[in-house]
Design a binder for this molecule. Structure first.
Ligand code: AMP
Length: 213
């Protein structure tokens, strides 16, 4: 199975794509995680993209397409779900081109939606463990008094989850990513999912919709 998940930052793409990857036994590929890894390792690329990542702007299409194309080569025949890619029309068209060349077209594109106000509220409460990257929410998934339940480290707010950055990311999302929705809708690959509600119920709904097709 070859899938893509689209949707605004904070709509639950990360959580849902990890659950779906586990359910279908396919690879979970997050371009955000790949780029953050480069920053963590202080590679030349990591240093170059740091400013853009921290203020909520997109990294260039060329950089992301290069990382994705290497990843697809590594995967070979294995199925996957992309989380956070494509984010521009250029990336969407390039992905189709790469997959057609390999004779492995995309099966479905999930469009996970949520209103901007809900996203602002969700992101404001999000905290992560700097050690194991586990994600908590001050209201919906609160940590204990010791911080991370696994590492007991103090939790931090990711720079790109800060309110001013989130509103910048939403603005960019509406400008650049919305045209992709039309691109996929026109050829019938798009599957709409409401990202608000109980996490496991949303996963089951997506699984049954995918199994229907
Ligand atoms: P995410 O974890 O998916 O929210 O991504 C975090 C940040 O990584 C984004 O705000 C962008 O700066 C960068 N990023 C991730 N995926 C892409 C992409 N497909 N194209 C451009 N920039 C990306």
């Amino acid at each position: 199975m070859r899938l893509v998940a689209l949707g605004p930052p904070g709509a639950g793409k990360g959580t849902q794509t990890v659950a779906l990857a586990r359910h279908f036994g396919i690879a979970h590929i997050s371009t955000g995680d790949m780029l953050r890894e480069q920053m963590r390792l202080r590679t030349r690329l990591g240093i170059e993209i740091e400013g853009l990542m921290n203020n909520g702007s997109l990294v260039s299409d060329d950089i992301v397409i290069d990382l994705v194309s290497k990843k697809l080569e590594e995967l070979g025949d294995k199925g996957f779900i992309f989380d956070g890619f494509p984010r521009t029309l250029v990336q969407a068209k390039k992905l189709d081109e790469m997959l057609e060349k390999a004779n492995h077209p995309l099966d479905r594109v999930l469009y996970i939606t949520a209103a901007d106000e809900t996203i602002m509220e969700r992101m404001a409460g999000r905290r992560i463990c700097p050690h194991c990257q586990r994600v908590y929410h001050l209201v919906y998934n609160p940590p204990g008094s010791d911080g991370c339940g696994q590492c007991l480290d103090s939790l931090v707010q990711r720079d790109d989850d800060k309110p001013e950055t989130v509103s910048q990311r939403l603005k960019i999302y509406h400008e650049l990513t919305t045209p992709i929705i039309d691109y996929y809708r026109n050829d019938g690959r798009l599957l709409w999912v409401d990202g608000i509600g109980d996490i496991t119920r949303i996963t089951s709904q997506i699984v049954s919709k995918l199994e229907e097709v």
